[in-house]
Write a protein that binds this ligand. Structure first.
Ligand code: ADP
Ligand code: MG
Length: 220
């Protein structure tokens, strides 16, 4: 089981939106997924209440519960646990980063968003976690995307897909759906499927590396 944490201090950058639609896309790709929600704003729980399907399962947890919940989930049938965090730097955010195999930092191509993730990145570095940025709510084509991508690529890894600002994302969440369920052939759905394929690969790479280190230590 791998944990993927969606994290950045900046509210509105798309943590919950990406967490939800990527969880649904991961399910559609054959994975067992659950979502742990650490944000009291409860965007994901509200979404789940509007949803017809029972999956992905969503549970609210706080920082006092997270480590224990993760320990129990290690032995479960889940392939992925997605952790959605609040838009503030809090003990909960730190524990969610600590629990992660991979942190996803959604970022709009705006100066405010590009400044806002710095404390998050510092915490991720401190805890030696793997991470990737995702450019979200971008214009379809703009020099802004290229400039932001160039800036982010200096600091870390960036997928080969941006998530463009599209109303499908807003409409899907309102109806308790992922964007791939709401409009399967739409461009928003295609971007999310491509993004999930990239994230899945990167999440496996992190585990493989750790397994190798563990093997080496055991062999020594
Ligand atoms: N790619 C996108 N296209 C259009 N709207 C988006 C997109 N990503 C997020 N949004 C919208 O932006 C707002 C904030 O997104 P949200 O996921 O709640 O951010 P966060 O969880 O980081 O605070 C929501 O209204 C959501 O519908
Ligand atoms: Mg949110």
């Amino acid at each position: 089981m791998k944990a993927i944490t969606f994290v950045t201090q900046k509210g509105g950058s798309g943590k919950s939106t990406l967490c939800i639609s990527l969880a649904v896309a991961a399910q559609e790709a054959g994975a067992n997924v659950c979502i742990l929600e650490m944000d009291r704003q409860a965007t994901v729980s509200d979404w789940a209440e509007h949803r017809q399907s029972e999956t992905p399962e969503v549970a609210q947890v706080d920082e006092t519960q997270l480590a224990d919940v993760m320990r129990v989930l290690q032995g479960s049938a889940y392939d992925y646990v997605f952790i959605d965090t609040p838009g503030v730097d809090s003990p909960g955010t730190l524990s969610a980063i600590r629990a992660a195999d991979l942190c996803i930092i959604p970022c709009r191509p705006t100066p405010a968003d590009l400044r806002a993730f710095k404390p998050t990145l510092a915490a991720i570095y401190r805890l030696e976690k793997r991470f990737a940025f995702v450019l979200n709510q971008t214009p379809p084509r703009s020099y802004r995307n290229r400039d932001a991508a160039d800036g982010l690529a200096v600091l870390g890894v960036l997928p080969d897909v941006n998530v463009v600002a599209r109303t499908d994302h807003q409409d899907a969440i309102g109806l308790g759906k992922g964007v791939t369920e709401y409009n399967p052939s739409g461009q928003a759905a295609q971007e999310i499927r491509k993004l999930w394929a990239w994230i899945e690969k990167r999440a496996s790479a992190s585990t493989d590396k750790r397994t190798q280190v563990t093997k080496h230590v055991k062999a020594a």
